[in-house]
Ligand binder design. Sequence first.
Ligand code: NAD
Length: 499
Amino acid sequence: MYKIGHFVGGARIEGMSGRHSDIFNPATGEVQGKVALASADELNAAVENAKAAQPDWAATNPQKRARVMMKFVDLLHRDMDKLAEALSREHGKTLPDAKGDVIRGLEVAEFCIGAPHLLKGEFSEGAGPGIDIHSVRQPLGVVAGITPFNFPAMIPMWKFCPAIAAGNAFILKPSERDPSVPMMLAELMMEAGLPAGILNVVNGDKGAVDGILDHPDVHAVGFVGSTPIAEYVYTRACANGKRAQCFGGAKNHMLILPDADMDQAVDALVGAGYGAAGERCMAVSVAVPVGEETADRLMEKLTPRVENLKIAPYTAGDDADFGPLVTKEAHARVKGYVDKGVEEGAKLVVDGRDFSMQGYEDGYFIGGCLFDNVTKDMTIYKEEIFGPVLSVVRAKTYDEALDLAMTHEYGNGVAIYTRDGDAARDFASRINVGMVGINVPIPVPLAYYTFGGWKRSGFGDLNQHGPDAFRFYTKTKTITSRWPSGIKDGADFVIPTMG
Ligand code: NAD
């Protein structure tokens, strides 16, 4: 049994609130640790600390700040196995997938090594007689990130790497379900040369989040989690005059046109639908074959693949497809959705509800589930399940399939499988979803592009990572200067124009 407190002022500290949350091992159902839940005073102390440290860090030249990111990348590689093991132990995902979680964060740290370039301003010489204009990007001060359980390495890094490389101090409020890795990341940043107080981890629940949202010295909030909380955080942060980018839930569709390579499409659906037990915001949860014949061919190939998914604890080796769900509540919720789907008339072709893992009967395992004949009005179509459950909605035409994805309330990711370039082009141009895959099932953009959903999958503007992250965590100052030569003319009472 281990205890996790907070990371403030460059070191781990104990939680003093007297409140804590259990950390479960999802494979066994056992409580393996306890994480402290911060009080308002503890959060305020972390912000104070960050505020005091930030000006010196902002004054450190960007190349030196970038060197911390360089070293951090090396340390992530050095500790990859340790990080992945800690991650799998609390989250439940397989070890190769846990490494992917770390690497997708590491890639953003690599991108942030380019901070000196990304922070360069603009300059216009001779914008008027003797007048130059230039703009600079300055850090905001203390900023925060509130992150979900499903990527406990990647998403914290998406938030703190650009913010810190841009010269801010950061308060990270990670998920209370899997808090070990965020604490390890903070230690690695210190080892990489980050001054104390620039990266702080405050563990907690709603209390800590509200403390961040209401704190006058926190100037920006980046959030990732479920849509109701994303909307809440966005509304409250904005009402308090902060910048906010809040990313929420998803229901990602994959269209399969009659000319698609069906083997490729089935591989894609199995990986993107069931990988990480479906606990990914970019998981494909709805497959939309176009035409009855396409749907029949798809079901014929897909069904045995779902029946034969390998489910195991992360300790069982690298060839498992996915592990348990994160909590008992998540398990009950996913099972409840499958029950509801049956009740509402969808055809449950593969039923994983009674899956039990020998030797791990108290773990939160559920088998892959596959529904056919799902319709638009069903709960399992409308809501995010966040489990290994794939719904097949049969569409008669391409336009009907497109309309399904267009009219769904979520707009995180979407994919189309086809050999027809014209259809793919039309789809990419018309679809109202933030990230589009063409014969690619999980179109997560690389670190030097930006990541963000549309509709109710994202609130606020400016996306995560890529150049947008540097815009989000800096403010622009524009300086107009004149160095006149000769004799002063005195005051000018007419507004100056550049004509
Ligand atoms: P969650 O909304 O329960 O929690 C996210 C964060 O909010 C956590 O830090 C949590 O402590 C905090 N929180 C929870 N309840 C709160 C409340 N009432 N008030 C204030 N703060 C609260 O989400 P989760 O279960 O950790 O993560 C899964 C969700 O995240 C899914 O909906 C998934 O789609 C989404 N997600 C989205 C993206 C994206 O980029 N769009 C990426 C990953 C996950």
